[in-house]
Design a protein around this ligand. Sequence first.
Ligand SMILES: O=C(O)C(=O)C[C@]1(C(=O)O)C=C[C@@H](O)C=C1
Length: 172
Amino acid sequence: MAGGNAAIVAHAIVINPNLCIMYRGYKAVYIELFISKNVITERMINLLRGIRGATTVVKNESTEIIERVIELLTAIVQANEFEVEDIGAVIFSSTPDINATFPAIAARNIGWTEVPLFGTQEIDSPNGIPQCIRVLILLNTDLPQKEIKHIYLREAVVLRQDLKQESHVSES
Ligand SMILES: O=C(O)C(=O)C[C@]1(C(=O)O)C=C[C@@H](O)C=C1
């Protein structure tokens, strides 16, 4: 390895003689070192973060579920300002009293067609709130964890009152 790269290596995890990952703050840089060909390439890799959100519906009806999920996803995107291309995957859960449709359909309706989507049923806890749809967006981002804005709308605002809320949509 050339002497000029000594400072880089000091902050790097060396995977093998031709590959290391360097951290600059929250950003990771994937570095390939093709020493024999005298080529060094860098490619930025962002860290994976999770963005949480939740909302509720009044009725177990497909139209309302889709509308509420679109409202939630739109609010999350606005608050966190990311591109669809940076989404790794999205996981939805619905409480057992909501089965009229799949929340994933709402994500596709707003153009998240290439994003891996998954839906599951939330634990039927006696302490939970009814008719609730939760989301976890796995996002490649250079934002530190504390700057991620989690969004809870409608009756779901009660779920994480310890978090700062960006917005509150009242039940209508
Ligand atoms: O954040 C929520 O949606 C919650 O209901 C809170 C909480 C938690 O205790 O962290 C509880 C249950 C859910 O599966 C996810 C998270």
